[in-house]
Design a protein around this ligand. Sequence first.
Ligand SMILES: NC(=O)c1ccc[n+]([C@@H]2O[C@H](COP(=O)([O-])OP(=O)(O)OC[C@H]3O[C@@H](n4cnc5c(N)ncnc54)[C@H](OP(=O)(O)O)[C@@H]3O)[C@@H](O)[C@H]2O)c1
Length: 322
Amino acid sequence: MLLPINLKRIDIYLNSGDGVSVPSYKPVIIFLDTDKHASPFDILMAVDLYPDAQIVYYSNVEAEDAKKLVQDAMFPRGPKGVKRTKIFISGYDVEKAEAILETAKKVMFPPFEMAVIMDPRGAHTTGSATVAKALSLLLEKGFGGFDGKKVAVLAGTGPVGRIVSHLCGMEGAEVIITSRSQERATSIATRINEELGIERVKGVKAATPEMIGETIKDAHVILSTGAAGVQLLSKRVLEEYGGRCNVIADINAIPPLGVEGLKPTDDSVEVLPEVWGIGALTIGTFKNEIEAELFKKAMEAKKGVFDYKIAYQVAKSLLKIP
Ligand SMILES: NC(=O)c1ccc[n+]([C@@H]2O[C@H](COP(=O)([O-])OP(=O)(O)OC[C@H]3O[C@@H](n4cnc5c(N)ncnc54)[C@H](OP(=O)(O)O)[C@@H]3O)[C@@H](O)[C@H]2O)c1
């Protein structure tokens, strides 16, 4: 039986039972990373989840490079084989990652489409984990869902904070994003409102503990999404201003933590009377579960984009939130 020469390297041939051998295409995951060195994080996850898959990664990828890389991944395995080829877009430069996704979407056409996972900086899975965990805790403690709630997203101008704010807005919350810069806060808030098609997010400058206190004083939910190793909320400020808060979460696992008094492993812990907390490692562990499910969905799909929208659905379903 002759093997098609272009498929020899990566195909495993199975006997179909009627004497005709048909190719069973090996899964291939292609990482397009914007960083100088592609991050091992998602690659290692893929290796553990799919030990039989071929992993290919490219670093320093620009949107223009993505055009050629995606095109060259589309054709060699034919219309059937391309369905077993997946793309994972990652990296610290979220804007660049979004441009890569747009390029990939433009370049692909039927029947040469691939499933694409989008999780630059882990923001889509981490943001989904944070919001779903907070929602689950609100519901568990009888406070109801996000609809109409006031949510303060501290230092919400980073990639994770942006997804967190978007998802809270999508769930009907009134969101305040804080930043050390009014310009950055307004710019991110405007962008999210445009994405949502409704004004749900406001950007506020909060550069001192007292300014942060002012932004949390009406918040039912506080989600701290600041940079690693930066404390944004002290216990004193939370005690003094956080009287309306029901749920608080922190995603910074590197000391000093984002919220003083909230331990990384806390999961539904009462940090102050009637204030329930979720720590960064709890969120991180759940993020990994979501990412594993996102991989599974993309591996099973013939095409489609697997980003925060799917990640959030996955997160809610893992937590059994309708
Ligand atoms: N738990 C997990 O599984 C997981 C996964 C991924 C990421 N993370 C964590 O999630 C957090 C957010 O990630 P990211 O990539 O979105 O963060 P980021 O872009 O590094 O930082 C978020 C925001 O923090 C603010 N900030 C930076 N330095 C500051 C300082 N010295 N003082 C006060 N504010 C400061 C900035 O806002 P302004 O400049 O606008 O003030 C920045 O936009 C990080 O702590 C990261 O380690 C956790």
